[in-house]
Each structure stands twice: as structure tokens, then as C-alpha cells.
Design a protein around this ligand. Structure first.
Ligand SMILES: Nc1ncnc2c1ncn2[C@@H]1O[C@H](COP(=O)(O)OP(=O)(O)OP(=O)(O)O)[C@@H](O)[C@H]1O
Ligand SMILES: [Mg+2]
Length: 437
């Protein structure tokens, strides 16, 4: 619609220009015709003065009449008293007078040729508003009008012609071509715009996928930093204790610490492998996961922290709970983050505890992880899953954000609230649809 309007405006504007130019041309041509007509009439009328000067009493009226049929009468004595120049009694006739005599001129006969050949719509010669000859329409409302007094002292007649533009001879073909021209220009401009827009969209898409890739890389890097931090700290602590024991000649006591170190190292290796796979694709290897066992393993991995915080960890996941089809490492990370947070939240609590509880409904498994800490503040309740939200001095604020992503990848959901006892309570729901029992 907008394009049609633009086309119309452009066509009307440039078509208008063509029409104005063509009309101007017509006007100029007719002005030239008027000048020629004026000149010819002036020449013709000035002949009368010459004839009057040459006429003598001896001229033979019949010969004069034959040569100049428009001279109706003449007399070689001037009128006394002098006659008016024009005799309005009979339209188109007038006397011209001089000291030599007078001539009665019949204007229609004198100008018969011009009158016959002129092409104006209205033509008139008049003397002091008295028309001597008129031809054609009245011409009052006509577009163009040319008027001039004949430069003859004896016959100062007024020549007036009018005309209208000849619409049929306007350059209609050119106007049509103008319309077609603008239609073609608008079509190609449109095509150009469309290609440009498509190119922009393609560029944006490329830019966006690059950004998305960078974003994913950033997410992976942040995840790596977060997840590797705890096992590395644990390995450091186990190794330092083992070193001390060996120095104290108690090498046999170092054995379980080295085993724990190996376990943490294997976890690091598994995490790195998972991250590497994630870099290649988002597909994760799903398999039946025993939630109770994974929780036990996480308890072992965080053994150091649990011991240091004197936290009692209670596993209320029933043995009979069906396995969840998931990535074992993913579930391990989820539990690891939840348990780690619960331990960290209770560093100043005397009787620290964490309970995991699991139940099954017709189509889902519901897990709750509750602790005996202070619970989540109002702000934490709102923002706990936002990346980089943290209230801990050395926290990154990524644990719960990563946990939510991992839960959502398994089509599950996670919610944070405070339990009746005041501690934090995280509820996780995993659908059992298409899951194996
Ligand atoms: N069990 C909990 N009890 C009380 N507050 C908690 C608990 N779990 C999480 N929070 C609050 O939520 C915030 C965000 O937790 P999140 O695990 O995402 O980050 P973080 O533990 O602070 O840092 P990190 O990235 O190292 O895990 C915590 O700083 C804390 O304020
Ligand atoms: Mg955390």
C-alpha cells in the first residue's frame, strides 16, 4: 500500500512536470503564431496608408475596385468636418482619413485570408471596444489570451486572440513511460532492500550464533571453575594430611586419605570429560541412576567438609525408589551443590544436619533436601538460582544456577523455600514418564 502511494506521488510529480513543460511548449508555439499574425495584419493595414497617399482624382474607380476589392469607397477631398475614423454603422468597415482624402475599408474582405487560416479559438479585431471582425467562440474562459494594439497611427485596432491547450497532443506516451519507469525503479529498490535485509538478518544470525557459542563457552568455563574447586581443595587437604602422617611414621593411616584423593581425582577427570563432551554437543549419555547410591557417593566426596562441620547427613531415599534415567554425573553435581551449600550454611550452627528425602508419585520422583541452618533470606529466596548471586565471601554464586540448568536438562524442576524448622528446603521433581523402573 505504502509502495503504491509512493509510486503515485512520484508519477504525479514527474508527470506533472512533463505536462507543465508540454503546456509551456504549446504556449510558446502559439505566442509565436500570434506574433506572426500580428505582424502580417500590421503589414496589411499599413498598405492602406500607402494606397491613400497614391490615390488621385484621376484613378479609375473600377480598376481600383478590382485591384483592392476591400476599398469600398474613396474620395480625394478630406471631409469637412472630419469624419470619425471608424464607421460603426456597418460592422467591419471604417474610414481612414488623410489630407489627400479618405478610404472606406472593408476589414473582413481585407483580412479574409488571415481570418480563414488562423487557428485560435477566438479571434477579434476591434476599435475602441467595437468589434470589427470576430471569429470562433467567445473565448472568455479560455486559458491563454494574447492582446496587442496594431502599431498604426491611422488604424490603431486592437488584436485579441485566445486559446485553450490542446490536451490531445500532450505527450501521453511519455506520461505512461514515466509511470512505468517509477514502477520499475520502486520494484528494483524494493528488491535491493529485501536482499539487504536478508543479508543483515544472515549477518545477525551469524553474529548471534557466535555470541551463543561464546556464551556457552563462558558458561562451561564458569561451571568448570565452580565444580573443580571443591575436589581440588579436598585433594590438597588429603595429600597434606597424608604427608604429615608419613612424616610421623604413621604411613598405614595415610592409605584411606590417598584413596579419598584418588576418588576426588577421578571425579575431576569425570567432570572434565563431561565438559569436553559438552563442548562437542549437548547430548548427554543417559542411564538408570540409583539416587540413593549417588547421594552416598556425594557424602563421601564431601567427607572432609562434613567431618569438619560436624554435620549429620541423613539419607531417607528408600531402597525401593526406582532408578531415574539421567546422567549419573549430572545427578552427582546436583546433589554435590545442594549438600555443599547446606554444609556451608551451617558453619556456625551447633547441631548441623542435612536430610535428603525421596518419594514417588504416579508420574514423578520428588526429592527434598532440608538442612538445619538459618534458611534463605527473602532476597536469596528470590534470586538463589540467578547466576552470580551469592552471600558468601568466597562464593561464586554459580552453584544453584548450574544446579537449576542440570535439573531442567532432565525435564525436572527445582524450588527453594524454608522449612518449618527454619532451614533451607530444596524440592526437586523429576518426571518418570518414559523412565525405566
Ligand atoms: N542451604 C542453604 N541455606 C542458606 N542459604 C543458602 C543455601 N543454599 C544456597 N543459599 C544461598 O544462596 C546463595 C547462592 O548459592 P549458590 O550455591 O548459587 O552460590 P554460593 O554457594 O554462594 O557460591 P558457589 O558458586 O561457590 O556455590 C548462597 O550464597 C546463599 O546465600
Ligand atoms: Mg554453592
Amino acid at each position: 500500500m505504502r509502495k503504491a502511494l509512493i509510486w503515485l506521488i512520484l508519477t504525479v510529480l514527474s508527470g506533472g512536470g512533463v505536462v507543465v513543460y508540454a503546456l509551456h511548449q504549446q504556449y510558446e508555439e502559439q505566442s509565436a503564431e500570434f506574433r506572426i499574425l500580428y505582424r502580417d495584419i500590421t503589414v496589411k493595414l499599413s498598405q492602406n496608408d500607402v494606397i491613400l497617399a497614391l490615390l488621385s482624382n484621376s484613378s479609375d474607380p473600377a480598376v481600383v475596385q478590382q485591384k483592392f476589392p476591400y476599398i469600398l469607397r474613396w474620395q480625394t477631398q478630406p471631409h469637412e468636418p472630419p469624419r470619425p475614423d471608424i464607421n460603426p454603422a456597418r460592422a467591419g468597415t471604417y474610414w481612414i482619413n488623410s489630407p489627400q482624402g479618405s478610404l472606406l475599408i472593408d476589414l473582413p474582405t481585407l483580412l479574409a485570408d488571415f481570418v480563414r487560416t488562423q487557428k485560435f479559438r477566438h479571434f477579434s479585431l476591434s476599435w475602441k471596444d467595437t468589434p470589427l471582425i470576430t471569429q470562433g467562440a467567445e473565448g472568455k474562459g479560455d486559458w491563454w489570451r494574447w492582446e496587442k494594439d496594431i502599431a498604426s497611427p491611422s488604424q490603431p485596432l486592437n488584436l485579441l486572440v485566445t486559446n485553450n491547450p490542446d490536451w490531445r497532443s500532450l505527450p501521453w506516451l511519455v506520461l505512461l513511460l514515466v509511470g512505468v519507469f517509477w514502477a520499475v525503479v520502486i520494484y528494483f529498490y524494493n528488491q535491493y532492500q529485501m536482499t539487504k535485509r536478508q543479508r543483515n538478518i544472515a549477518n545477525l544470525r551469524a553474529h548471534f550464533s557466535e555470541l551463543a557459542r561464546l556464551n556457552a563457552m563462558g558458561e562451561i568455563a564458569a561451571g568448570m571453575v565452580h565444580e573443580l574447586n571443591q575436589p581440588l581443595t579436598a585433594i590438597l587437604s588429603y595429600s597434606q594430611t597424608a604427608q604429615r602422617l608419613i612424616k610421623q611414621q604413621q604411613a598405614e593411616k595415610a592409605q584411606p586419605l590417598l584413596d579419598a584423593s584418588v576418588m576426588q581425582t577421578k571425579r575431576i577427570s569425570a567432570l572434565l570429560l563431561a565438559f569436553r563432551e559438552k563442548l562437542h554437543s549437548d547430548e548427554q549419555a543417559l542411564q538408570p541412576v540409583n539416587l540413593r547410591q549417588v547421594w552416598e557417593r556425594v557424602t563421601m566426596l564431601l567427607g572432609n567438609e562434613i567431618e569438619r562441620g560436624k554435620v549429620s547427613v541423613i539419607n531417607q531415599v528408600p531402597e525401593s525408589l526406582p532408578s531415574l534415567i539421567a546422567s549419573p554425573l549430572g545427578i552427582e553435581q546436583i546433589f554435590h551443590n545442594l549438600l555443599n551449600n547446606a554444609i556451608q550454611a551451617q558453619q556456625k550452627t551447633e547441631k548441623a544436619w542435612v536430610t535428603i528425602h525421596a518419594s514417588q508419585t504416579a508420574d514423578s520422583i520428588i526429592l527434598t533436601v532440608t538442612d538445619g541452618g538459618q534458611g534463605l533470606s527473602e532476597q536469596a529466596l528470590e534470586q538463589v538460582f540467578m547466576p552470580f548471586f551469592t552471600t558468601r565471601k568466597d562464593g561464586l554464586g554459580l552453584g544453584m544456577a548450574l544446579t537449576e540448568t542440570l535439573v531442567q536438562r532432565l525435564n525436572g524442576s527445582i524450588q527453594a523455600q524454608n522449612s518449618a524448622t527454619g532451614g533451607a528446603c530444596f524440592t526437586l521433581v523429576f518426571p518418570l514418564t518414559q523412565q525405566e523402573a
